[in-house]
Design a protein around this ligand. Structure first.
Ligand code: PGA
Length: 241
């Protein structure tokens, strides 16, 4: 695991955006896996800055998001669909038809998951996957459990995740209890992975991710087995590594 420790959130955002920029410069038709949550917001701001300076184009980029809440309308302001439009896609030149996010309203969830995997495969696989990490060690919505789930699947969210995410909703009851998420194999199949983390509250889980044993009880620990992972942390989240 390549570890980059920087001073603060701004610097990690800049570094992650730079890696994405280089990926798109080197391969303009890259397939990029995007993440949601508070952590990637700064990375997306930097990417928009880079785009506005005419330094890159996303015209030929295809994107696949890690996950989406289940049972949520894509127009809902808490959907990850809305998040991506609002924080990135509306401000760059990526083509609508090249954007892929699991459909949280799919009636046949199993089929939706299979199709998502098929689309990733048909696009040639993910070149670069951006990840955040949950306070419980989840990546995407792969929650701690007894066994890694390989492929895109429907997840029952853990109480701590629902609580952590309730900060974006009017009340705890409004937070969806299920989500569709890429599986661990889907994520591990990406050619290159960047994991970003910021703040004291992520310090312990980052330590366990880097030095702990590989276990489905800490889904991010499996990244130890990937041969091209760059972990970008600020001083607070990286204080134990
Ligand atoms: P956060 O979420 O960036 O809002 O901390 C990360 C995650 O849950 O994957």
């Amino acid at each position: 695991m390549n570890i980059i420790k920087l001073r603060n959130y701004r610097e990690i955002s800049f570094e992650a955006a730079k890696i994405i920029r280089d990926q798109v410069l080197l391969k303009p038709q890259s397939v990029i896996g995007f993440a949601t949550g508070s952590t990637p917001i700064g990375t997306y701001e930097e990417l928009i800055n880079i785009f506005n300076k005419d330094l890159i184009t996303f015209e030929n980029v295809k994107s696949f998001n890690l996950d989406e809440y289940y049972g949520i309308n894509p127009m809902n302001k808490n959907s990850y669909n809305y998040f991506m439009k609002n924080n990135l896609f509306n401000y760059i030149d990526i083509k609508e038809e090249n954007i892929n996010i699991p459909n949280g309203l799919a009636e046949d969830v199993e089929k939706e998951c299979e199709e998502y995997e098929r689309k990733i495969h048909e696009a040639g696989g993910i070149d670069l996957q951006l990840l955040g990490i949950g306070r419980n060690g989840h990546i995407g919505f792969n929650e701690p459990c007894e066994e890694f789930k390989a492929h895109t699947h429907l997840v029952e969210l853990k109480d701590d995740t629902i609580k952590a995410n309730s900060r974006f909703f009017d009340s705890l009851e409004d937070v969806p209890t299920k989500a569709i998420s890429m599986g661990v194999k889907t994520i591990m199949s990406a050619r290159k992975i960047i994991l970003i983390a910021s703040g004291e509250e992520k310090a312990e889980i980052i330590r366990e991710t880097v030095y702990g044993s590989i276990t489905p009880n800490l889904p991010a620990s499996i990244l130890q087995l990937h041969d091209d992972v760059t972990l970008i942390v600020d001083e607070e989240s990286g204080k134990y590594i």
